[in-house]
Design a protein around this ligand. Structure first.
Ligand SMILES: Cc1cc2nc3c(=O)[nH]c(=O)nc-3n(C[C@H](O)[C@H](O)[C@H](O)COP(=O)(O)OP(=O)(O)OC[C@H]3O[C@@H](n4cnc5c(N)ncnc54)[C@H](O)[C@@H]3O)c2cc1C
Length: 386
């Protein structure tokens, strides 16, 4: 059981404290069986599907959608999303991934969908019955999303999509994708069902921490015009508003990983006998543990400052979210590296939690805006006086 004392911070309300504690108990009880039974490396798709179903049955995915369409709270609450990601990440990177993608993949529908679109997708997302995905990145347009070339061409009551999207999480297992592509009026956002003819999985991509990930190809893929989110040309606003909610949660996932690394390192250092004492008695080891704890708390402060500002002030949190994501993901890498170091040879042994964390954390400094991009965002905000 983790130290929950940070929940006493003034950022939270009682329902947040209850949520984090209940989810921790649920995750301890439910997740090991799903992950052990399926064997992540052998069958990442089946494990992910089972995780989405379990998160749906447990009621946790209801935090990904507004109350009117099966959710718990009136609108997306960043503190709840962060607490859920942090807690799940402490237990399992893949469980966090399964939760996060339900939110990111359907977030644009929650925020910009019309009533029919919301009714068609959100209750099923909340129940874990439809798997969601977010398709923005292209082979030649990652950090520079404006360079995208996938086209949406209006033909009567349909749009024809042509182009490719890559590094799409849940690619291959998703039931629908929120697709960003170019129309005459500029980038637009549209919902694409995975079984739409003309949409194919061009390639499955394997990464250092197994997740369902794919490159998608669209060839004259006819998507009903009714699936357009908001208006033509508003796609970047849709994408940026969605990321404004979810970027802070990436920091929260990193925080969950670093809290777990600290717990593992503390346990090991206390029990490892050496030089007539234990590792935890050695001043240099204590210095590492102190630095890890400092990074964990500083990350948590930045994350929940950003989440609180979004939820309570209702403000754009471009600077706060970029700071939280940048700091928490960079520091998580450092915290986990120190945990690996403290465990010595065991730290790099397959099957050890810290070895898994070392692989899990790496992509977080790249996706939803690489660390370098976050620095540019922060500097721009500063120079604009924000
Ligand atoms: C595991 C994983 C899951 C992902 N899931 C999704 C998903 O679900 N949906 C989706 O749309 N995308 C997804 N992505 C894609 C991700 O968002 C992109 O990888 C990311 O935006 C970076 O784009 P890129 O890989 O093309 O790198 P590039 O844009 O080619 O950048 C390469 C590197 O250049 C540096 N860089 C970038 N900009 C600057 C700058 N201005 N100044 C200096 N240096 C810079 C950074 O270090 C960056 O990592 C995922 C990626 C990964 C690894």
């Amino acid at each position: 059981m983790s130290d929950h004392s940070f929940l006493d911070w003034p950022f939270f309300e009682d329902h947040h404290r209850e949520l984090a504690q209940k989810l921790d108990v649920w995750a301890s009880r439910e997740l090991p069986a799903i992950i052990d039974a399926k064997g992540i490396h052998d069958n990442v798709d089946a494990t992910c599907r089972a995780l989405v179903a379990a998160l749906g049955t447990g009621g946790w995915l209801r935090y990904c959608v507004p109350a009117e369409f099966g959710g718990v709270l009136e609108s997306l609450d960043v503190r709840s999303l962060c607490l859920i990601r942090e807690t799940l990440a402490r237990h399992s990177g893949l469980a966090d991934f399964a939760f996060a993608m339900q939110g990111l993949g359907s977030g644009a529908i929650s925020m910009f969908g019309n009533a029919a679109q919301k009714a068609a997708y959100l209750p099923a997302v909340a129940a874990g019955q439809k798997i969601a995905a977010f398709a923005l990145t292209e082979p030649d347009a990652g950090s520079d999303a404006a360079a995208m070339s996938t086209q949406l061409t209006r033909k009567g009551d349909h749009y024809l999509a042509n182009g490719q999207k890559t590094f799409i999480s849940n690619g291959g297992i998703a039931d629908f994708y929120t697709l960003f592509a170019k129309t005459d009026a500029g980038v637009s956002a549209i919902i694409v069902d995975a079984d739409t003819p003309g949409l194919e999985i061009a390639e499955r991509i394997e990464v250092i921490a197994p997740h369902p990930l794919a490159r998608l190809r669209f060839t004259d893929c006819a998507i009903p015009a009714d699936n357009l989110l908001d208006e033509e040309g508003r796609g970047f606003k849709v994408a940026l508003s969605t990321l404004d909610v979810f970027r802070t949660t990436v920091g929260a996932a990193a925080l969950g990983f670093s809290r777990r690394a600290l717990e593992e390192a503390l346990d090991y250092a206390r029990g490892r006998a050496m030089f007539g004492a234990t590792l935890s008695d050695l001043p240099i080891a204590q210095s590492l543990l102190a630095e890890m704890a400092l990074d964990v708390d500083a990350s948590a402060l930045l994350i929940y400052r950003s989440a609180w500002t979004k939820d309570v002030k209702g403000a754009r949190v471009t600077r706060e979210a970029a700071m939280a994501k940048l700091f928490a993901t960079d520091q998580a890498q450092s915290v986990i590296d120190k945990a690996v170091q403290l465990l010595g040879g065991l730290g790099v042994t397959k099957g050890q939690k810290v070895e898994e964390l070392y692989r899990e954390v790496r992509a977080l400094r790249i996706y939803e805006g690489a660390s370098e991009v976050q620095k540019i965002v922060i500097a721009r905000q500063l120079l604009q006086g924000n």
